[in-house]
Ligand binder design. Structure first.
Ligand code: F6P
Ligand code: MG
Length: 442
C-alpha cells in the first residue's frame, strides 16, 4: 500500500503535540475553568449577592462559547474588552491575518501558529472574567496553583531544611563546595519545572519525591548543560566586583507552587553565597498557562512559607519577606510576558522591559513556554546554535532552564536528537529531559 508523502506529512501534523494541545488539552483546561466557576457559585453569592450569580453565569457562558469556538475551529476574533494590551493583541491578530495567503481567509484555531493560538486562549479566558464584574478579579486557576503548593509540602520542607543547613556552613565552604551547592540548586530549579499544570491539562502535578536524592539519577536527562558558564560568569563577577557594586541576576519566572519554591531557594542561595547582590523576578500580570506565577501567587507563597509550622521553613519565609522589604529581591510584572510575541520582538514591542533586562548580569528564563518564545517556537533543526535561534534577542547573558514539553529543541550535538527520537518518540514533550542553555560571553 503506497502511502503518499503528503498523507504522512499531514498525519504527522495532525498528530503533532501542537495539534493534540489545541484538540484535547485546551477544551480540557476550559472545562476545568468552567467547573471551577460553578463550584465557587456560593462564595460569589456570599460576596456579591445576586450580582455575583449573574456574573458567574456570564463568565461561564463566555467560556463555554470560547470552548465551542476552539473545538469547531472558528475564526479567531479580536478582543473587545478594554485592557492594557487589547490593542497590541488585535494588531497581532491583524498581522496574522496579513500572513495568510488567501486574502479573505481568517486566522483559525487549527490553522494558526500554535504559540499564538495557545496564548490567545488564555487571554480570552482573562477577557471572559474581566467582562464579568463584580467577579472580574477571579483567578480561575488559583485553586490548582495553591493545591500544587499544599500537595508538595513534604518536598518543600526538605528543600527549606537543606537550605537552612547550607546557610549555617556557607561561610566556610571553599570554591568547589560552593560550586557544587550552586549546581545542586540549579538542578532542583530545573526539575521543579516538571510541575506545570498546563501540560497536565489542569490536573494536579505536584512534587511528591525528595528531589535532592534523585539529582544524580536525573543527570543523564540533562541534554545541554551550560552550568559551568553560569558559575564562571557569577564567580568572576564576585571576584572582580568593587565592594559596593551590584551583581544583578534576573529570573523570568514560570510556574508557582513547588517550582516557585525551587526558584526562591536558588535566589536565596545566590544572595547568601554573594554570587549576586540583588535578584529581580518577572511574573505574569494575568492568570496564565494555568500555573504561571502572578504577583498574588508570589506574595501568597512567601506568606505561606513564613507561617509554616516548621521552624526552618518559616525562617526561609521570613528571610524572603525581608529580602523583598529591603529591595534585595524585586518583583516586576509587565504585559509583554502574556502577549503571543517571540522575545526577539521585545525591543520593539516593549522597549522599557528590554532596557530593564539589559541591567542584569545574568537572566534565567524558566520553563518551556519561555523557551518557545526565546526560539520563536519554530521548527529548527536540533543542531542549530541557540545563539542563532534567539534571532537577535541578547539583552544580557541569559540561560534557559527548561524541561522539554514541546516539539522544539536546538543546540544539540549532531545525531543526538535523532538518537533520542529513535529510542523515545515522545522525548520532546514529556518533561523527562531538561536543558541549561546559555547565551553570552564564554
Ligand atoms: O501546552 C503545552 C505548553 O504550552 C508547553 O509549552 C508546555 O507544555 C506548557 O504548556 C508550559 O510549560 P511551562 O510551564 O514549562 O512553560
Ligand atoms: Mg508555566
Amino acid at each position: 500500500m503506497i502511502v503518499s508523502a503528503f498523507f504522512v506529512f499531514t498525519l504527522s501534523l495532525m498528530m503533532s503535540f501542537a495539534y493534540l494541545t489545541i484538540k484535547d488539552r485546551i477544551p480540557q483546561i476550559l472545562t476545568k475553568a468552567i467547573d471551577t466557576l460553578h463550584r465557587h457559585k456560593n462564595e460569589m453569592f456570599e460576596k456579591h449577592g445576586e450580582k455575583g450569580i449573574e456574573a458567574e453565569k456570564k463568565a461561564i457562558s463566555l467560556l463555554s462559547k470560547l470552548r465551542n469556538e476552539s473545538q469547531t475551529d472558528k475564526p479567531i476574533v479580536p478582543l473587545v474588552e478594554k485592557f492594557a494590551d487589547t490593542d497590541i493583541w488585535n494588531q497581532y491578530l491583524e498581522h496574522q491575518q496579513g500572513l495568510l495567503n488567501d486574502s479573505d481567509g481568517k486566522p483559525r484555531w487549527f490553522y494558526s501558529p500554535w504559540l499564538f493560538v495557545e496564548c490567545y486562549m488564555y487571554r480570552r479566558i482573562h477577557e471572559a472574567v474581566i467582562q464579568s464584574p463584580p467577579i472580574d478579579d477571579f483567578d480561575v486557576f488559583k485553586e490548582s496553583k495553591e493545591q500544587n503548593f499544599f500537595e508538595s509540602q513534604e518536598s518543600i520542607m526538605t528543600l527549606c531544611i537543606h537550605l537552612r543547613e547550607l546557610m549555617q556552613i556557607i561561610e566556610h565552604l571553599d570554591e568547589n563546595q560552593l560550586k557544587d551547592e550552586f549546581f545542586k540548586l540549579l538542578q532542583i530549579s530545573l526539575w521543579g519545572n516538571k510541575c506545570d499544570l498546563s501540560l497536565s491539562g489542569g490536573e494536579s502535578s505536584s512534587q511528591k519525591t525528595n528531589v535532592i536524592n534523585s539529582l544524580e539519577d536525573l543527570k543523564p536527562f540533562i541534554l545541554v548543560n551550560d552550568m559551568e558558564h553560569l558559575w564562571s560568569l557569577l564567580s568572576n563577577h564576585k571576584k572582580t566586583r568593587e565592594k559596593a557594586s551590584i551583581v544583578r541576576v534576573d529570573i523570568v519566572l514560570d510556574n508557582s507552587g513547588f517550582e516557585l519554591v525551587t526558584d526562591l531557594i536558588l535566589a536565596d542561595f545566590l544572595l547568601s553565597s554573594k554570587l549576586a547582590t540583588e535578584i529581580h523576578f518577572y511574573g505574569k500580570m494575568i492568570p496564565w498557562f494555568v500555573s504561571d506565577t502572578t504577583i498574588h501567587d508570589f506574595n501568597w507563597l512567601i506568606e505561606q512559607v513564613k507561617y509554616s509550622d516548621h521552624k526552618w521553613v518559616s525562617e526561609c519565609g521570613a528571610n524572603w519577606e525581608n529580602y523583598v522589604k529591603t529591595g534585595r529581591w524585586v518583583y516586576h510584572d509587565h504585559i509583554f510576558w502574556t502577549l503571543p510575541h517571540e522575545f526577539c520582538a521585545m525591543s520593539q514591542v516593549a522597549p522599557d522591559l528590554y532596557a530593564e533586562l539589559q541591567k542584569a548580569h545574568l537572566i534565567l528564563f524558566k520553563g518551556d513556554l519561555n523557551y518557545r518564545k526565546l526560539t520563536g517556537d519554530r521548527k529548527w533543526e536540533f543542531t542549530v546554535p541557540f545563539y542563532q535561534a534567539l534571532n537577535g534577542f541578547h539583552p544580557a547573558p541569559l540561560c534557559s532552564i527548561r524541561t522539554l514539553k514541546a516539539e522544539i529543541q536546538v543546540g544539540l550535538q549532531p545525531g543526538q536528537g535523532e538518537q533520542l527520537t529513535a529510542s523515545e518518540p515522545n522525548w520532546l514533550t514529556t518533561g523527562k529531559y531538561g536543558v541549561f542553555q546559555f547565551d553570552g560571553p564564554l
